[in-house]
Write a protein that binds this ligand. Structure first.
Ligand code: GLN
Length: 308
């Protein structure tokens, strides 16, 4: 197949880009090797292609929000979830302490307020952090097709720097959006963000979304199709933070980024894509990963509005 060679050409093209800087708020991310660069594609027929540092693991961070939203829908029901978390892009920073003025709900599940709420809806209302994160880790492992693990160093560091997310948790409790102990929910949310993946894992997880909830390699059905549709919809409108509009027009693939430098994209019926490099732009998206997606979208006609 010419695809691996092509992927190496794409990586060579974006490697000279030195804009941005890695996330600064914890040591592990601040000191990440910024030369790391990787891409992976998983087609819905199960073919896997990757190039670059495709074995290097990084914390999934906010990309987990997409999957935990799906698990919340499964555990609490879509109606219950929609009553607590909106589906409107916020245009604000991901970690803003904000609720929608009219409905008092977090704007969407891709900002921290919405993601922490989604985490609280996993399992049952009184679940402890461990029970929720065990379930999340188990489902994410099935999506990736191999057992994933929490990066304890990232988890500990995030817990040392959790004031803002704790603040969001208490705000949600005060507003009546979450009913359990805020500190326990935020602890679980931080643990879900600390799960390690490489680009091949992420592309496989994305391909499962592209393939109507069925892992294209293991053949296992992991999510119902209506949850998949809901997740891909909010990824399209809210997945790339305040760059979502520009992303949809230039790349045109439902996607989610994380602060460790990963970006995952899922094109329904076709392909799951992941790219990784640690340096982020102002809006928190990996600069090189965005450039990779722009290139792939152009070259391979991946824009969802293109008629093939
Ligand atoms: N753990 C980070 C946070 O909640 C994840 C954020 C992100 O990837 N944007 O602040």
């Amino acid at each position: 197949s010419p695809i691996p060679d092509y992927l190496n050409v794409v990586l060579d093209k974006v490697r000279p880009i030195e804009d941005g800087q890695p996330a600064q708020y914890i040591k592990t991310l601040r000191e990440a090797d910024t030369s790391k660069l990787a891409v992976a594609l998983v087609m819905v027929d199960g073919n896997v292609y990757s190039a670059g540092d495709d074995k290097v693991e990084f914390s999934i961070q906010s990309i987990s929000k997409a999957f935990v939203y799906a698990i919340a829908i499964e555990d609490a029901g879509l109606q219950h979830v929609l009553e607590r978390i909106g589906v409107e892009p916020s245009g604000d920073a991901f970690n803003k302490l904000s609720l929608h003025k009219g409905s008092n709900r977090p704007m969407n599940p891709m900002i921290n307020a919405g993601a922490i709420t989604a985490h609280s809806l996993v399992c049952h209302p009184n679940a402890l952090a461990e029970e929720r994160t065990d379930r999340i880790l188990q489902i994410m492992s099935r999506l990736a097709g191999r057992q994933l693990h929490v990066d304890e160093e990232v988890y500990e560091a995030e817990m040392q720097d959790a004031d803002r997310n704790m603040g969001i948790g208490y705000m949600l409790k005060a507003a009546g959006i979450i009913s359990c102990r805020p500190a326990e929910v935020v602890k679980g949310y931080i643990r879900q963000c600390s799960i390690n993946v490489n680009v091949r894992d992420l592309a496989m997880m994305a391909a499962t979304l592209s393939n109507a909830g069925i892992n294209p390699v293991t053949g296992e059905t992991i999510m119902p199709t209506d949850s998949v549709r809901q997740v891909l919809s909010v990824m399209t409108t809210c997945g790339m933070y305040d760059a979502a509009g520009q992303w949809v027009s230039q790349v045109g693939i439902p996607a989610k980024s994380g602060v460790a430098g990963g970006v995952m994209g899922a094109l329904p019926g076709q392909v799951g894509i992941a790219a990784f490099s640690p340096k982020l732009s102002e809006n928190g998206n990996s600069v090189r990963a965005v450039a990779i997606f722009e290139q792939l979208s152009r070259d391979m006609g991946f824009h969802m509005m293109d008629v093939s």
